[in-house]
Design a protein around this ligand. Sequence first.
Ligand code: HEC
Ligand code: HEC
Length: 101
Amino acid sequence: MRKPILVLLFISLLAVFAVGCSNERVAKPELKGTGPLALKLPPGILSPEYHQPVDYWKDHHMDILKRGDYNKHECMLCHDANTSCNNCHDYVGVKRVSGYE
Ligand code: HEC
Ligand code: HEC
């Protein structure tokens, strides 16, 4: 009596996996993402206070940079322009950041 239930469970697990994988096909440039666009930051560093909340920061970091509150050189203490700025900028079609290395 138990077996059919286990088989069913297994099949539904496979289905969940398949859906999960198809969602991953277009990997977005996000933290903890996978694939070539994943944002990379050195392990173990904490994000500065001005990053909080991070969703706000994601939308407004450019305003803060343009206003000159922070210098881009500061960003590069933790961020690598190619692996944690430009992979996202390329994805969304924003001008690349460069020359801060
Ligand atoms: C002290 C290290 C540090 C500095 C300096 C720093 N960051 Fe970050 N940044 C991080 C960390 C760590 C994260 C990961 C988000 C988190 O853990 O809250 C992050 C996340 C981000 C994200 C969001 C990525 C995402 O998809 O969630 C953006 C955008 C970003 N930083 C831009 C900048 C800019 C622009 C500057 C310069 C003004 C800067 N950072 C300076 C460490 C830093
Ligand atoms: C998770 C995505 C993401 C990451 C990571 C990211 N940015 Fe951006 N950035 C954007 C978006 C989206 C815009 C444009 C928003 C707009 O035009 O309204 C932008 C715009 C900018 C602009 C203004 C560019 C212009 O031509 O107006 C600067 C400067 C900038 N980002 C710097 C950085 C730096 C430096 C880093 C890395 C430390 C970084 N960004 C990381 C998404 C990101």
